[in-house]
Design a protein around this ligand. Structure first.
Ligand SMILES: CC(C)(COP(=O)(O)OP(=O)(O)OC[C@H]1O[C@@H](n2cnc3c(N)ncnc32)[C@H](O)[C@@H]1OP(=O)(O)O)[C@@H](O)C(=O)NCCC(=O)NCCS
Length: 201
């Protein structure tokens, strides 16, 4: 379960994902040169308050640890348990956020994951574009059949973004997290998408 938990250390068997491309975006692995973009995006309470494990303030050390973690996980052999993608905006050749596919279970055909974008890039459809490509990758390339997600209660942007792809609200976990950014207890709304109900956007 990881939908709102970015960024956090992933299991050691996780690898960086392949390079995926949409009209305006490239989904690719994280590099040290992305550290300024990580700081711009995550050292911002308006973003961190919707994520479970992002400290506030978010420091250079936090960003460096994240990139290092992704790099070392990518070098590990074996079938990946997840993918951590930087979302690069082609027109600016810079990372504007992150999207993940985590806890991949080939046995059950399921996975979780999450997404965030730097605040100045909200509201331009980039979130939907990246999230949609993540879903396509999961269902078409990895042949999964169900995706789990969720969001802190009150996150209208996340709900709207998920609903456009067919995610349904499936329940609620009261006080499921103590958000690291503000120390507050947060209720989580649980969502899920079955491949048969996937709306391609
Ligand atoms: C959630 C997030 C990734 C969405 O990315 P985005 O690029 O801003 O979203 P889009 O422009 O693709 O819009 C997606 C939908 O959300 C709607 N939306 C955008 N901002 C909204 C808001 N503040 N309240 C309600 N709906 C909103 C859009 O109208 C659109 O709906 P539509 O498809 O019906 O038109 C982005 O807001 C974000 O990073 N937020 C902070 C971190 C976060 O909440 N991550 C998710 C944790 S579960």
């Amino acid at each position: 379960m990881s939908r709102i938990e970015q960024p956090q250390p992933a299991p050691s068997s996780e690898q960086a994902g392949p390079r995926l491309e949409t009209a305006r975006l490239i989904l690719r692995s994280w590099h040290p040169s992305d550290i300024p973009a990580l700081l711009e995006g995550l050292n911002d309470f308006s973003v961190a308050k919707w994520l479970a494990f992002v400290p506030h303030p978010y420091t250079l050390e936090d960003a460096g640890r994240w990139v290092e973690h992704c790099k070392s996980a990518a070098g590990k052999p074996g079938s990946p348990a997840g993918y951590e993608f930087a979302i690069e905006l082609k027109s600016e050749r810079k990372a504007i956020g992150g999207v993940s596919l985590r806890q991949i279970s080939p046995v059950h055909g399921t996975a979780g994951g999450g997404i965030w974008l730097s605040a100045r890039y909200h509201g331009h459809g980039y979130g939907s574009e990246a999230f949609g490509e993540k879903i396509r990758f999961a269902f078409e390339d990895l042949q999964l059949r169900r995706l789990d997600n969720g969001f802190f209660k009150g996150n209208g942007a996340s709900l709207a973004m998920q609903q456009r792809f067919g995610y349904k609200v499936e329940g609620e976990r009261r006080q499921a997290y103590r958000c690291v950014a503000d120390g507050e207890l947060k209720d989580e709304v649980l969502t899920g998408l079955i491949k048969d109900e996937w709306k391609k956007g």
